[in-house]
Design a protein around this ligand. Structure first.
Ligand SMILES: [Zn+2]
Length: 127
């Protein structure tokens, strides 16, 4: 966490006022975009449990918690940019430094589903 204490998702709120209550399960995520933001923040915080929990059940067989954790930990998550969002789709760029400290951009259009009062990540198209 840097000294400004602003949420890693790029909002102008602190982590505690922004993504943390959702990650800690104290509040329901209201929109697909908010879920995307909290998932970026979870990568930043290396919270693989939250990332796994917010992956839709249909995708869990392709998803491994320790893979998520190593992907989160081996990179330094710098910034999230939301390019487009609709009710169940978010296109974004995630800026990070890889394990060689090289700048990388992960550009994805993700699909989400609202299921039993929660939003879940389904899958993404990568650019
Ligand atoms: Zn946030």
């Amino acid at each position: 966490m840097d000294h400004t204490n602003l949420c890693p998702c790029g909002s102008h709120f602190t982590l505690e006022e922004c993504c943390l209550p959702y990650i800690q399960g104290e509040a329901m995520v209201p929109t697909a975009e908010k879920l995307m933001r909290t998932r970026f923040t979870a990568f930043y915080l290396h919270d693989a449990q939250y990332l796994y929990k917010t992956t839709h059940v249909s995708q869990k067989k392709y998803t491994n918690k320790s893979d998520i954790l190593s992907w989160a930990q081996q990179n330094i998550w710098q910034k999230l940019e939301i390019l487009n969002s609709s009710e169940n789709m978010v296109e974004f760029k995630a800026y990070y430094l890889d394990e060689n400290k090289t700048s990388q951009i992960h550009h994805e259009k993700s699909t989400f589903i609202y299921f039993q009062n929660n939003w879940y990540y389904v899958d993404g198209k990568f650019y």
